[in-house]
Design a binder for this molecule. Structure first.
Ligand SMILES: Cc1cc2nc3c(=O)[nH]c(=O)nc-3n(C[C@H](O)[C@H](O)[C@H](O)COP(=O)(O)O)c2cc1C
Ligand SMILES: [Mn+2]
Length: 481
């Protein structure tokens, strides 16, 4: 792999011309706000490295947008990505990678740069790092948005990494929000049900591959460390966390260790991936607390953060992986001829999924829709799953909506699935109903009717051949290329 840790990754990203350094921003609303501005309104989406943050020493840096383009996601996962690539090319490259690697467990090393500074007891203050305040109506500063929370199953011993938002309560107290069904929630539950506290380690700055694998649907019982090792082709180096004994990345920037306790504190509100202050609106919700017992960090540490909201900075890579997993799970379920899968930005990666396929038999499209809507990778907080023919680019919203408008008959082609895997992040939950609950999913067959698809009106756009001729002859004049 081309790089070993976040610092070496930044060198590679700078070489790609995809790093923008920003000095003098405020941790309070500015870093996250600037990220939103760039990802919603700018034509380029570089990784943003903030330094000289107001009130903090130079060198205490914050990175946003680490995996915000296919190119950077490709670097991070070691993908074989052509120079000119479509969104679905990236999904294909991720699938190739997933099919060609074996998970590799981490290795313990004697020491790593993360131990350059260690604080315990009264010396702990998590606000010594420039923890961002993200959205105007958030309930606090959030130290965990691009992190990996590390926990161990108390029965089977396997180690999980997951990204679950973490709010700062005070200098050594955090509160965290993990949805039911997530592995961090299952682990936490097991300790709490036995009357025990749950040891946690939180890596706050690291190789973005560890973030990517922490937001990935890795199967129950398999460690995200092993997946990260698989992508890298070599094991992730870890050390034993001095407080918990959990494996923590040796080359991490910042590692926080402590105990999650069942005592709850009000957490949130927090602006979320779906573009809303979603779980219970602007009302904070009781969530378990983490008592921080140890903080380690490198000199001049770098935090890894993401800005959720309507314009997000991590969806290129995150949605690529999710789409690749759904495609794999469709094939595992025996659905052939899939041409592409994309989880759309407009649905925050969850609420709108599109599958394209070449229809081979009656019911083929419906099978694909139902599997994509319910498989592990695609099942969480779905709202719409659309299946389109092979001539439609599933990542092109304009094409997808055109297919829905012209190839579906709502009366025949939309089915509604009830009592599916919902979430308390659903903005459609009625006020006060903050419990994670069910939701319904519309599956839309926007493919040409199978029975008479041969007689379907021909598409009236230029053919690929005519297009190539036009671009060759007139492209410079009308397209500038
Ligand atoms: C930026 C970001 C923030 C996330 N925050 C949360 C969160 O606060 N709570 C949660 O349950 N899941 C959250 N997720 C989703 C989980 O990280 C994701 O489902 C992951 O696969 C869970 O890992 P697990 O299967 O090991 O539990 C977030 C995802 C992203 C990309
Ligand atoms: Mn997991």
């Amino acid at each position: 792999m081309a790089y070993r840790d976040l610092r070496e990754w930044l060198v590679e990203v700078e070489r790609l011309g995809e790093l923008q350094r920003i000095e003098g921003a405020d941790w309070n609303l500015e870093m996250a706000g600037i990220t939103e501005l760039v990802y919603r309104e700018a034509s380029r989406h570089p990784a943003l490295l903030f330094d000289k943050i107001k009130g903090y020493p130079e060198g205490y840096r914050v990175l946003f947008g680490s995996i915000g383009t296919a190119r950077r996601a490709g670097l991070t996962m070691g993908l074989d990505l052509p120079h000119e690539h479509s969104t679905i090319d990236m999904v294909r490259a991720i699938r190739d990678k997933l099919s060609s690697f074996k998970p590799i467990p981490p290795v313990y090393v004697a020491e790593g740069p993360v131990t350059e500074n260690i604080q315990t007891g009264d010396d702990i203050d998590v606000n010594k790092f420039p923890v961002p305040f993200y959205h105007e109506q958030d309930g606090g500063r959030y130290i965990g948005t691009g992190h990996a929370m590390i926990t161990r199953d108390p029965d089977d011993g396997w180690v999980n990494l997951g990204t679950y938002r973490i709010m700062v309560v005070d200098k050594n107290t955090l509160a965290f929000h993990v949805n039911p069904g997530k592995h961090g929630n299952l682990h936490r539950r097991k300790y709490f049900d036995r009357g025990q506290t749950c040891p946690v380690a939180i890596s706050v700055g690291h190789d973005p591959l560890l973030f990517l694998t922490s937001i990935m649907t890795v199967p129950h019982g398999v460690s995200e460390y092993d997946y990260a090792g698989g992508f890298k082709g070599e094991p992730i180096e870890v050390i034993k966390g001095p407080y918990t004994g959990l494996p923590v990345p040796a080359r991490a920037e910042i590692v926080i260790e402590g105990e999650a306790i069942p005592e709850e504190i009000l957490e949130g509100p927090f602006g979320e991936w779906n573009g809303y202050y979603a779980n219970n609106g602007l009302n904070p919700v009781p969530e378990p607390v983490i008592k921080v017992k140890s903080v380690m960090h490198r000199n001049d540490p770098i935090m890894n953060c993401t800005q959720p909201g309507k314009g997000t900075d991590h969806l290129a890579g995150g949605n690529g992986v999710k789409s690749a997993h759904i495609w794999n799970q469709l094939e595992k379920a025996g659905i052939s001829d899939i041409q592409g899968v994309w989880c759309h930005e407009a649905g925050g990666g969850n609420l709108l999924k599109v599958v394209s396929l070449k229809q081979r038999y009656p019911g083929h499209a419906k099978q694909a829709a139902l599997v994509a809507s319910q498989c592990r990778a695609g099942g969480y907080l779905n709202r719409y799953v659309v299946v389109v023919d092979e001539d439609i680019d599933p990542a092109n919203l304009q094409d997808v909506v055109w297919a829905m408008c012209t190839r579906s008959d709502p009366e025949k082609d939309i089915d509604i699935l009830r009592r599916c895997w919902g979430s308390n992040a659903d903005p459609m939950l009625p006020p006060g109903e903050n419990v994670a609950t069910f939701n319904s999913v519309a599956v839309v067959d926007a493919c040409k009717p199978f029975e008479w698809m041969k007689d379907f009106p021909p598409v009236a756009g230029y053919s690929p051949e005519l297009r190539a001729q036009l671009v060759e002859k007139w492209g410079k004049l009308v397209l500038g290329r």
